[in-house]
Design a protein around this ligand. Sequence first.
Ligand SMILES: [Zn+2]
Length: 340
Amino acid sequence: MKTIGQYILLFLLLLTCRQTVQGQQLSSEQGELKGISSINQTTAKAIVGFLASDELEGREAGWKGGKIAGNYIASLLAQMGIKPVFEDYFQPFEAYRVERQKKGRLEIHPDSIEKFKQGVHQKYEMRNILAQIEGENPDEIVIVGAHYDHIGYDPMLENDQIYNGADDNASGVSAVLQIARAFKESGIRPKRTVIFAFWDGEEKGLLGSRYFTQTFVSINKVKGYLNFDMIGRNHDETNPQQVVFFYTAGKPAFEKWLKESIRNYALKLKPDYRAWENPVGGSDNTSFARLNIPIMWFHTDGHPDYHMPGDETDKINWEKLTHITEASFLCLWKMANESF
Ligand SMILES: [Zn+2]
């Protein structure tokens, strides 16, 4: 026999359960909204401003400025509470080549390294940075990445000696960091595991992404890769909303997702859609496309400061960078949760 008080308690308990179930039903859309609301221009300015400051000396892979950039990215990931893929955020690797007068390419393959070690050689120590949010099904993985290295400085240049690389590719790093935070802020566990990657040594031959794709034991679980390289400038000042969107031609869903994202959130972007049969070339998408992993790549195209000391923070189009970050968050959200 129950008392009236017990019936009231039971009723309240049932009511709470029902609200929780309703909360879960609504949560994917609410999560997407919470995630996208966390992306903003202030964060983009803070990240690009630091990475492209003169004190980081152009972030050349293996050099002091590049190492400080890596430490900064890892500390932001730790602050967000996003877990590393390995024991810590760093995936160290070595690249070797002959001494500098012979101008040979840097190589990361163990067989090449053995050969270099027999003569006079250069050795670079580089680090990828990798963090992840585990999905409901960790047997499927999607990755979003950008290279954080650039081309350093030249003390023999007169006047500006530092290749700041604000667009190339501090802009892309800011997008990956904001997207990582957006996934965390959403409060939703994605269906697939999402890895947030920051590649080293891209400017020296896509070394970091190549090392990762050649050594990652779960590479066969990777279902898609979204790349950023240079997403902060105007190629044509009369068309400041332009962005080039490369994607694997066999995946028309990628173009559909971007169109829907721009429409649903009224983003000020005019993409140049470029379906690409075999998207090998240009940037770190190459390392994934070689393994037939579908890719998307956002890129705002060339400009006169490309690989010049004038690639500075004050020339970034912040509104465009932020809208590309929002659009790509939405595309990655779909890549992590939907079938394609
Ligand atoms: Zn680049």
